[in-house]
Design a protein around this ligand. Structure first.
Ligand code: PAF
Length: 286
């Protein structure tokens, strides 16, 4: 696997692949790779000739410095996992390449509407940080296909909309959430959980399934379902930020014209030191 540490190396690799007529599948990450990331790479590989991953912990998307400082950095292990998986290249830019004039002076990308709700309402400036870095990375890597996890459902929608609005020639694809046997969505933040909390955390998926199943069975008192979800998580020891049913198209409250198959249940809740997010589309209720 080629490890590309500069913008020149990244551009040379991409030019060479494109000159050979190879298609490029790309998975942007912040490292600390787990099976969830690896399944994104697997999907990229089924769609393209070459697969490339990037690891860059983007300071612009963190609203709390403490969160940025303690974000796990495990480059050596990540490289081993990518090599075992047969990725073709890894791009590891640093802050001076992504924000050459410093973050305070960076040109930024703001996707209106869907960025101010849910995660955007709880993490100020988060999605400007995500959209900006992903746009820059797309410009550097110039992939044909880019794969993002559906676990970050709102992020996936923001990136899709950004690519569409800015006419970027990339197909943004979502990959199903990888889960532990208990149902807990795989996430780098699970590393902040103690063993007891990890077992408790599976309650998120159970609450999502119960809500999605009720909607599929015809329940339409959404406010009551949301309240039940919040109560259930609070009883299990969480501090829930939201447990809500939204339209998959724009994350607004469900539209009258839609059927439940167009809805998604989204949750964010704090457990111990970890803020966990997850979601389940009604259509995917097990
Ligand atoms: O999902 C992530 O890991 C990050 O938000 C991303 C997409 C790599 C942008 O920094």
């Amino acid at each position: 696997m080629d490890i590309l540490k500069s913008i020149d190396e990244m551009r040379a690799k991409r030019k060479a692949w494109r000159a050979e007529g190879q298609t490029i599948g790309y998975v942007p990450t912040m490292g600390n790779l787990h099976d969830g990331h690896l399944s994104l790479l697997d999907l990229a590989r089924t769609r393209c000739d070459r697969t490339i991953c990037s690891i860059y912990v983007n300071p612009l998307q963190f609203d709390r410095t403490g969160d940025l400082d303690r974000y796990p950095r495990t480059l050596e292990e990540d490289i081993e996992k990518l090599e075992a998986l047969g990725a073709d290249a890894l791009f590891v830019p640093d802050d001076s390449m992504i924000y050459p004039r410093g973050m305070a002076h960076a040109t930024t990308v703001d996707v209106p509407g869907i960025t101010n709700i849910l995660e955007g309402a709880h993490r100020s400036g988060h999605f400007v940080g995500v959209a900006t870095v992903v746009c820059k990375l797309f410009n550097l890597v110039q992939p044909h296909v880019a794969v993002f996890g559906e676990k970050d459902f709102q992020q996936l929608l923001v990136v899709k909309r950004m690519a569409e609005d800015l006419n970027l020639p990339v197909d943004v694809v979502g990959a199903a959430t990888a889960r532990e046997p208990s149902g807990l969505a795989r996430s780098s933040r699970n590393g902040y959980l103690s063993d007891t909390e990890r077992a408790q955390a599976a309650e998120i998926y159970r609450a999502l399934c119960a809500c999605a199943q009720a909607l599929r069975d015809g329940e339409r008192d959404i406010a009551a379902l949301e309240k039940t979800g919040i109560r259930r998580l609070a009883d299990a020891g969480f501090k829930p930020d939201y447990f809500t049913v939204r339209s998959t198209a724009d994350l607004e409250s469900p539209h009258d014209s839609e059927s439940a198959v167009d809805w998604v249940v989204l949750v964010a809740a704090q457990l111990g030191k970890a803020r966990l997010i997850d979601n389940l589309r009604v259509i995917d209720a097990p």
